[in-house]
Write a protein of this length. Structure first.
Length: 142
């Protein structure tokens, strides 16, 4: 019969005992160069990391048509009038381009195609570079 602290190999301590013993040795014999970080500094560091990682940026681009604009923009709504799809158009930008700048590029391309509107406009990213795309259309009965 084995007692509580013995196993078939004799008086060999189990893994839990070894881990506890090593832990106590580490606590008892700390090297002089090892500093203990105070809990308040750990909490402050975690708060700073959390604050920096949760930053957001909000960007706004106007889809409203001004009096001088000839091109209409539609993101989710489809025009009530009959139209013909001309082509898919896309404007790529750099990391510092705003959505409004990209929409202006889309408008410029739609004017070149003699389109009346751009539908299904989507704003997306390809790696770090923003993209605005849509379908240029021309109304059938003007």
């Amino acid at each position: 019969m084995f007692t509580k602290n013995e196993n078939s190999l004799g008086n060999i301590p189990n893994q839990k005992t070894i881990k506890l013993t090593l832990f106590h040795l580490l606590l008892k014999y700390k090297p002089q160069s090892m500093k203990i970080i105070k809990p308040k500094y750990v909490i402050i560091g975690l708060l700073i990391i959390t604050a920096l990682s949760s930053c957001t940026t909000t960007r706004v681009a106007s889809l409203l048509k001004s009096e001088n604009d000839k091109i209409e923009f539609y993101t989710t709504k489809i025009p009530d009038r009959n139209y013909t799809e001309l082509s898919y158009i896309q404007t790529d930008g750099g990391i510092f381009n705003t959505p409004q700048q990209l929409l202006n590029g889309l408008k410029k391309k739609a004017i070149e195609l003699k389109a009346d509107a751009v539908i299904n406009i989507k704003y997306d990213f390809q790696a770090y570079y923003p993209i605005v795309s849509g379908t240029a259309i021309r109304y059938e009965n003007k």
